[in-house]
Design a protein. Structure first.
Length: 151
């Protein structure tokens, strides 16, 4: 058995399944895996989760993919690390939606029903750097246009 943080993140969950309710009121069943699960094949809707000591599950990121193993590998250096920083320790995977349109619909339903912090869209100005400069230029342009239209 592994020790340290990777051992904790790879430890099996106590619950095999978890139901998530979407904005529509529909309940979606997911299979619970450790956060570092790259062996799950096929299409899915997935939720990176922080489960606390009392057993409550909090969604951190909700996504969908045609290839779960590939997508988790792609997320390893960004979303997975961000999830870990937020206490993420589980990956909940809905494996029943095969067609892309169905996966998008379920992902949208879940995202609209939960405030997953890693799904939040931020404006370019929040990030600063080059993105912030671009946002400042757009804002300056908009103010100039507004001034021209008003005068």
């Amino acid at each position: 058995m592994s020790t340290g943080i990777f051992g904790l993140l790879a430890a099996p969950s106590h619950d095999q399944f978890h139901h998530w309710q979407g904005h529509s009121g529909q309940w979606w069943i997911t299979t619970v895996f450790p956060l570092f699960s790259s062996h799950i094949t096929g299409p899915s809707v997935y939720v990176m989760v922080r489960r606390d000591d009392a057993g409550r599950a909090y969604p951190l990121y909700i996504g969908q993919t045609s290839d779960t193993a590939r997508r988790m590998e792609e997320h390893l250096h960004d979303k997975v690390l961000q999830a870990i920083r937020l206490g993420g320790n589980e990956l909940h995977v809905h494996l029943l939606a095969k067609p892309e349109a169905e996966r998008f619909a379920i992902e949208t339903d879940l995202r609209n029903g939960h405030n997953a912090p890693l799904n939040r869209q931020h404006s370019a100005a929040v990030f600063g750097g080059l993105f912030g400069l671009g946002a400042a230029q757009i804002e300056k342009r908009n103010q100039t246009l507004a001034g021209l239209l008003a005068g």
